[in-house]
Design a protein around this ligand. Structure first.
Ligand code: C2E
Ligand code: MG
Ligand code: MG
Ligand code: MG
Length: 290
């Protein structure tokens, strides 16, 4: 029986690998083309003040319209972009576009923009200068920019690359740029490092927000624990992936200051967000496919 199972595994594994490699090669080739052309666009998703529901920031979320016109999700192509060494170029494009767009929104509505940064970008020695350059070009005050960095990247192994990254972040923070830990709670379980991190905001991962609906009290209690942690470190929190009125109400009752999710607004195009900010769109819009 064991032998049979082994055979089956091999039979199932090979086509899978071939498919994966094909898919990967297509993505890699397509990305090079996308970078040169205009297939990469940025959508923006509101982050709201939970107490009043008003937008305080917009997260820039990258989209790639593939040759067939459909969106390839960033979770699929960002890892490939990192692999083939184009993620910095892509990330720089996102930062430049987001700063330029945010300057218009900031003037009218005093909202910040929040941009995801890859670990590969962060370790470039000129990263901080590049960011400051984009701010100056766009005329966006540093206080209106948030950089989102995942927990794993912030905490990862120490070494020269990490020193460069931390020096860069420190320089940016001195100018007033804020640093948010993205997907907080999914990376490292040890909390001992937290107070040493150069951070200004914690983004509670959507798995914890989703757990608020769990009938398991202990699971639902995790959000409360993270909120308490944020309070004791004096670091404000954003709950990600809020999808239901009940989740929003629970978070509000726990004094979570900010939230983001389909319940408030889906990621939208520049013009949809412009309408949303002007208050001309209904509260739940934009509704572009995410
Ligand atoms: P993230 O930074 O944690 O972004 C939040 C993700 O959750 C986004 O997925 C967003 O569309 C999705 N989301 C928002 N509200 C809800 C909700 O209520 N329910 C659910 N189920 N999902 C919700 P998206 O846009 O597919 O992005 C996935 C990840 O790709 C991001 O996770 C981020 O890590 C990465 N990413 C996106 N844009 C960029 C970029 O410009 N540069 C880099 N390096 N990474 C990016
Ligand atoms: Mg993010
Ligand atoms: Mg996140
Ligand atoms: Mg995520």
């Amino acid at each position: 029986a064991a032998k049979e199972a082994g055979k089956n595994q091999v039979v199932e594994f090979s086509p899978g690998m071939r498919e994966f490699r094909l898919h990967y090669a297509q993505l890699a080739a397509g990305l090079q083309v996308a970078l040169a052309g205009d297939a990469l666009t940025v959508l923006y998703q509101p982050i709201v003040d939970l107490a009043c529901g008003r937008p305080v920031a917009l997260e820039a979320l990258l989209r790639w319209r593939g040759a067939d016109g459909r969106f390839v999700p960033p979770g699929q192509f960002i890892p490939v972009a990192e692999d083939i060494g184009v993620v910095s170029a892509i990330g720089d494009q996102v930062l430049r576009d987001a700063c330029a767009q945010a300057a218009r929104w900031f003037d009218r509505h005093q909202v910040a923009v929040s941009v995801n940064v890859s670990g590969r970008q962060l370790v470039l020695p000129d990263f901080a200068d590049t960011v400051l350059g984009h701010l100056v070009t766009a005329g966006l005050p540093p206080q209106a920019l948030i950089l989102e960095i995942t927990e794993t990247v912030l905490v990862g192994p120490t070494g020269p690359a990490k020193d460069i990254a931390y020096d860069g972040l420190a320089a940016l923070r001195r100018h007033g740029v804020r640093i948010a830990v993205d997907d907080f709670g999914t990376g490292y379980s040890s909390l001992s490092y937290l107070h040493r991190l150069p951070i200004d905001i914690l983004k509670i991962d959507q798995t914890f927000t989703g757990a608020l609906d769990s009938t398991e009290e202990r699971e639902a209690a995790l959000v409360g624990a993270i909120l308490a942690l944020g309070t004791s470190l004096a670091v404000p929190t954003i709950a990600e992936g809020v999808e239901t009125p009940r989740q929003a109400a629970l978070l509000r009752a726990m004094n979570c200051p900010m939230a983001q999710g389909y319940h408030f607004a889906r990621p939208g195009t520049t013009s949809e967000i412009t309408d949303y900010l002007a208050g001309t769109a209904p509260r739940r819009a934009p509704s572009v496919p995410s």
